[in-house]
Design a protein around this ligand. Sequence first.
Ligand code: NAD
Length: 496
Amino acid sequence: MYRIQNAINGKLVSSSSDRETGVFNPATGEQIGQLPLSTDAEINEAVASAKQAQVAWGDAPPAKRARVMHRFLTLLNENIEDLAREISREQGKTHEDAIGEWTRGIEVVEFACSIPQMLKGEYSRNVGPAIDTYSARHPLGVVAGITPFNFPGMVPMWMYPMAIACGNAFVLKPSERDPSASMMAWELLRQAGLPDGILNIVHGDKSAVDCLLDHPDVKAVSFVGSTPIAQYVYERGTKAGKRVQALGGAKNHMIIMPDADMEQAANALMGAGYGAAGERCMAISVAVPVGEETADRLVAALKPKVEALKIGPSTDSAAEMGPVITKAHQEKVLDYINEGEKAGANLVVDGRGFSLQGYENGYFVGGTLFDNVTEDMSIYRDEIFGPVLSVVRKNTFAEAVDLIHGHEYANGTAIFTRDGDAARDFADRIEVGMVGINVPIPVPVAYHSFGGWKRSAFGAHGIYGPEAVHFYTRLKTVTARWPTGVKEGSVFAFPS
Ligand code: NAD
């Protein structure tokens, strides 16, 4: 069994905390690691080392910082197979899915390599007699990131490559469930030549998060996780005077119009609903067919596919989906299936009782499909974060849009149709942050930015892409007069 260490000031250090938690292999239920819940003194040490290191890093030419990102990029690509295996071991997702996760993280590093271009300021000549104005983006100093279990490689990389490229130093508190992916990436960044103290990783729980939120030297916090914690982090962090972006949970709907290619729509729903065992903030968990006939055709297309889902550990290359993250989460998902059945939804495919020979203690849940789900049911209202897809039938496009607008979450959504009018109207009108048209999981590429609306995100900035440059920097505008020899007496009126 391995012991996870913190990474502070360029070194791996063992925590002296007497509080610890286990790291488990979700496919077997076996404890494989032990993780320290770091003390406030250790968090403070990480912030202090970041503060000291940031001064020179923030003054370094952006091209020099970009070169570290270039080398990091090469190392990530060379090591992607090992990195993916590490994610699968602690998180449970299939190898192919873990490769996809790193690939999306790597794309953010590719974008971070363009930082000299992104940090270019603005200049206006002769705004007055011999007066010029220029503005430039300065780093904030020390910034922190707090990340969830479901993307242990990619979500931290939504944050620290851009923050660091902008000239900040970063303190990361990864999920306590699957910490090793970030530790491997840290080691690669060290090999890429990142100075000591620019990326620090501290492990812990609420107490570590609170320490970062209250620390006066932490100037900004990026958070990704569930909505109640996102709201808490946003409120506590902003009260302490920090910039905070806090991305939360989701319940993503996909509308299927009567003219959609049903085979294409059903296949898309399989990947978006059951991929990663439904543990994606952009998973589709609600299918909204328009019209009874569309609904009947959709459910008929989905049923055999859900029944045929190949479920297994990441070491099985044929597996399409793995286990969920913990025993407690497995029980929670099973409880939701019980509740849905009790509430009167039609359980078309029942994932309860799924068991895999040799993996009886793994946290597996079979693919589950509900039909005739209604808005009052908990399986509709709550984010289940498991392989459970609900079909909510609506008679018209307008009713389907109203359904989406009635939900508290607004992270992603999609429409499947061949009707350009409907697609454009949907994209334009729907009050959701990320929209797919015949694309079930519309996670924006790294040179755009990611972010939901309503209770799926708190704070003004999206994550990664151009929004990250704004979030991780502050603007300074200088007005200068040359030559100084222009003769002028005292002016008491407002300068114009
Ligand atoms: P979580 O909210 O339980 O944990 C996220 C982080 O917050 C972890 O680092 C955890 O240690 C910390 N934390 C937990 N409880 C805390 C508390 N009381 N006070 C302070 N910090 C606390 O989320 P999770 O279960 O790890 O991840 C799943 C959730 O993340 C889902 O709701 C999913 O939708 C969401 N998510 C959202 C996005 C997005 O981009 N919007 C992306 C990925 C995951």
